[in-house]
Design a protein around this ligand. Structure first.
Ligand code: BEZ
Length: 279
C-alpha cells in the first residue's frame, strides 16, 4: 500500500488527504495555517515508516491532530524558525552544510544548566574544529535568557557564545519530544540531538534534569560519526580520538585493501582493527 499524503494548494477550500490508502476529507490548508506550516502546491509527500515526512521533517500526524510520532535515528531533523539570543534563526539554514547539536535544558537561572551553558561556550572551538554548530533551548522566554547570560559569564568564566532558543510556546520542544510529562509536564528534559550535514538525526540521548551532561562525550560521538561517514570505520568500546578503529563489516576484505593501506588485524573475520585513518 503506498504510504503518502497528497497535499493541494494552501488556501484551497478543502483538500483530499490520503494516508496509506485510506481517504478522508480534511481542511488541511486551515490546519496548516494553524500550525504555521507553508505547503507548496500540488505536492505528493512520501512518508517514512514513522508517518514522518522525511523530505522536510514535518509530522503530518501532528498536523492532522493524530498521536505524536517518535523522532528516531535516521529521521530528518524537523526544521523550525525560532527566536534565540542571537536573533531569529531557521534551524536548517543555520546549520548550513555542517553538523549540528541541538540540546535542551530545563530552566534558566538553575545551577546545573548554568554550568552546562558555560562549558558548551568554552568548548565552542572544539565544536568548530568539527564543523559543528551548537544550539541550546529552553521553554523560558528570550528576556529571561538574556538576563541569565551575565550569570553564566560571571560564574563559569565563559560568556554564552551560541544561540539559545526561547521556546515559551513549546513549538520546538514538542517537535523534538523534549517534554516528558511523567518527569515534568512543563519543563524540557536534557535532550541532545546530533544532526548530520544531510540533516539526519544521528544521535539522541536524554538525561534527567538533575544530571549535567558530559559534553566531551558529545564531541567523542561527533568524532566517531565523522569517521564513519568519511572512512567506513566504526569505533569500539570507550574509544577516544587517536585509538584504533574497526573496519565496518559491510566492507569486503578486497575493498578494505584499497581503503586501508596500513592494513588491519583480523581478530575474527568480522572484527578487523586498523589504525585511525585520519591520524
Ligand atoms: C538545574 O539546572 O540545576 C536543574 C534544573 C531543573 C531541575 C533540577 C536542576
Amino acid at each position: 500500500m503506498p504510504n503518502f499524503l497528497h497535499k493541494e494548494l494552501l488556501g484551497a477550500p478543502a483538500t483530499g488527504v490520503s494516508i496509506a490508502g485510506s481517504k478522508a476529507l480534511l481542511q488541511l490548508p486551515c490546519l496548516a495555517r494553524t500550525y504555521g506550516v507553508q505547503f507548496p502546491t500540488n505536492e505528493i509527500v512520501f512518508l517514512n515508516s514513522n508517518g514522518y515526512d522525511s523530505t522536510r521533517g514535518t509530522r503530518p500526524s501532528q498536523l492532522l491532530g493524530g498521536p505524536k510520532m517518535t523522532l528516531r535515528l535516521g529521521d530528518i531533523a524537523p526544521d523550525f524558525t525560532a527566536d534565540t539570543t542571537d536573533g531569529t534563526i531557521n534551524f536548517h539554514e543555520f546549520l548550513g552544510d555542517g553538523w549540528g547539536v541541538l540540546f535542551s535544558h530545563p530552566k534558566d537561572f538553575t545551577p546545573v544548566c548554568t554550568t552546562e551553558l558555560g562549558m558548551v561556550s568554552k568548548l565552542k572551538p572544539e565544536f568548530e574544529k568539527r564543523d559543528t554548530k551548537v544550539v541550546g533551548l529552553s521553554v523560558d522566554p528570550i528576556e529571561s535568557h538574556k538576563a541569565w547570560t551575565d550569570d553564566i559569564e560571571e560564574t563559569q568564566g565563559h560568556a554564552l557564545n551560541f544561540p539559545l532558543i526561547a521556546d515559551p510556546d513549546r513549538t520546538v520542544s514538542d517537535l523534538y519530544d523534549m517534554i516528558h510529562p511523567n518527569a515534568n509536564d512543563t519543563l524540557t528534559v536534557r535532550s541532545v540531538f546530533i544532526i548530520s550535514p544531510q540533516k539526519q538525526v544521528k544521535l539522541i540521548i536524554t538525561y534527567p534534569a538533575s544530571t549535567g551532561r558530559n559534553f566531551d562525550e558529545i564531541l567523542r560521538v561527533i568524532d566517531s560519526l565523522q569517521l564513519t561517514a568519511n572512512y567506513s570505520v566504526a569505533t569500539p568500546v570507550n574509544w577516544v580520538d587517536g585509538e584504533d578503529v574497526i573496519i565496518v563489516p559491510a566492507l569486503s576484505d578486497e575493498d578494505a585493501k584499497t581503503k586501508f593501506p596500513k592494513g588491519w588485524k583480523a581478530l575474527k573475520p568480522y572484527l578487523r582493527v586498523t589504525p585511525q585513518p585520519n591520524k
